[in-house]
Design a protein. Structure first.
Length: 202
């Protein structure tokens, strides 16, 4: 989910079914006044069964009209469920400065790249100290934290596509499975095998 006007991108791997809802800024603003509020930046939300069915139903109806009482009520329930949805740690803020962005794009193409910050900065035209400052200012994370989150999210997508825990960890740049499992659990709250279990069982 993205706030009105927020730039964002979605990266999907494997077999995916996608539905898109466009929410009027005024409706989003009203929901933002609720105690828990909607996210103000891009955020991945957990979709509970009721929310899933609501999304499918709204998509089948099409544009909801505020002057139709039943559709207005449906929109209200939908917004309530979106506000209440669990926030999942599966999004990654992106830097805007061209030098930090060059580093981010390089690592997105190859998360296993183990170049240190000095080497990355030299290629991007910035010192390591400047990159540290830019990542903190523009993503809210130290560079090392940002890089680890990128690797973990890359590994999560690999697990979703069917790779084993060991394979996903190596592809994401971890030297050992134990280091990968530790980083994954610290970032996402579950082990890679637990994260992968619903997929392998289906």
């Amino acid at each position: 989910m993205a706030a009105p006007g927020a730039g964002h991108a979605v990266d999907m791997r494997g077999a995916v079914a996608m539905r898109t809802l466009y929410i009027a800024p005024a409706l989003a603003a009203d929901a933002g006044a609720l105690p828990d509020a909607l996210p103000t930046a891009c955020q991945v939300l957990g979709v509970a069964p009721l929310l899933r069915e609501l999304i499918l139903h709204v998509v089948s109806v099409g544009m909801l009209r505020a002057d139709h009482a039943d559709q207005a009520r449906l929109a209200g329930v939908l917004m309530d469920r979106l506000v209440a949805a669990e926030r999942l740690p599966l999004s990654l803020p992106w830097p805007r400065d061209r030098r930090a962005l060059a580093v981010a794009e390089r690592l997105r193409r190859d998360p296993a790249d183990d170049s240190d910050l000095d080497a990355l900065g030299a290629a991007a035209g910035a010192s390591a100290r400047t990159l540290q400052r830019l990542f903190m200012e523009e993503t809210g994370q130290r560079f090392g934290e940002w890089r680890q989150r990128l690797r973990v999210l890359h590994a999560a997508s690999l697990l979703g596509s069917g790779l084993s825990v060991t394979e996903a960890g190596l592809e994401a740049g971890y030297a050992s499975t134990s280091a990968f499992v530790s980083a994954f659990r610290r970032r996402l709250g579950v082990t890679p095998s637990r994260y992968r279990a619903p997929i392998s069982a289906s």
